[in-house]
Design a protein around this ligand. Sequence first.
Ligand code: ATP
Ligand code: FE
Ligand code: MG
Length: 332
Amino acid sequence: TYILGIETSCDETAVAIIKNGKEIVSNVVASQIESHKRFGGVVPEIASRHHVEQITLVLEEAFTNSKLIWDDIDAIAVTEGPGLVGALLIGVNAAKALAFAKDKPLVGVHHIAGHIYANRLEKEFEFPLLALIVSGGHTELVLMREHGKYEVIGETRDDAAGEAYDKVARMLELPYPGGPHIDRLAHEGEITIDFPRAWLEEDSYDFSFSGLKSAVINKIHNAKQKGETLKPEDIAASFQASVIDVLATKTLKAARQYQVKQVIVAGGVAANKGLRAELESKFADTDIPLLIPPLSLCTDNAAMIAAAGTINFEQGKRSDLTLNANPSLILR
Ligand code: ATP
Ligand code: FE
Ligand code: MG
């Protein structure tokens, strides 16, 4: 099967074609980061406008690269949510128009299911499987006992991990998106500050990052008032240590409790070098295989949407032309 995927939930306009759910035939991503940088974050109206301008070009390029024709395509998969409603709508409407014009089945995909299935482009899944999703909008531990079924066993109660990275980066006057900059700085600095770790209740797999974010902001303010100089690289290293400690510890604990056969990591923060290293070292002492996708598949792309869409398609799940963007779509 060849599935065409479309992703426009945030600030990437992306189209990809995937063969049999596992093989990338073409994968085109147009990023808008430059346009949003000067605002320090994604501006929804600007995002929508860019998607409108880019979607046809990206689609054409994805087709040209694939050397396929419409006859070869079995279905069209599109991110229906969550995300920015105006941004999602561009992808959803493009997918509906194509499904109608080319007479192809339409398959709605949850954005986070996409982030999870990015890993299947690297290695076949084995169940039960635990996924740690760490992105700009999500921090979740998801248990999968079979394809296409998701049990959220833990999630953030406030900020997402990526959001905390971006906010702390802003305090340190680093460019948007801040995650990669903090990551880089953290490796140049020392862990000199003991920032809090939100473990929450003993048996909880939930996360919380807003307390940590506030602690970092207070630390910076207090130091300024006292005329102390704090090295940004030390703040970055100390902040990152706290985030990674909680993420990696809870992931390992859940992996053991549910006796999973595989642990996968997904979302933009999976690009974090510190997190990758910590998870690798923690899981090296176990016999549970850990899978972290290559950087290009960590952030938003359409290959992951087509990969997750392939499963929906194979399981007979179809959307019709009433499909709508759903900014708060639930993963299940
Ligand atoms: P979602 O997937 O939840 O809808 P999103 O699409 O904004 O949100 P992604 O594109 O998956 O999220 O990831 C972007 C996030 O990843 C940003 O918050 C960014 O700062 C963060 N990020 C990217 N690289 C790194 C890194 N090396 N270290 C930490 N964070 C990073
Ligand atoms: Fe994403
Ligand atoms: Mg993004």
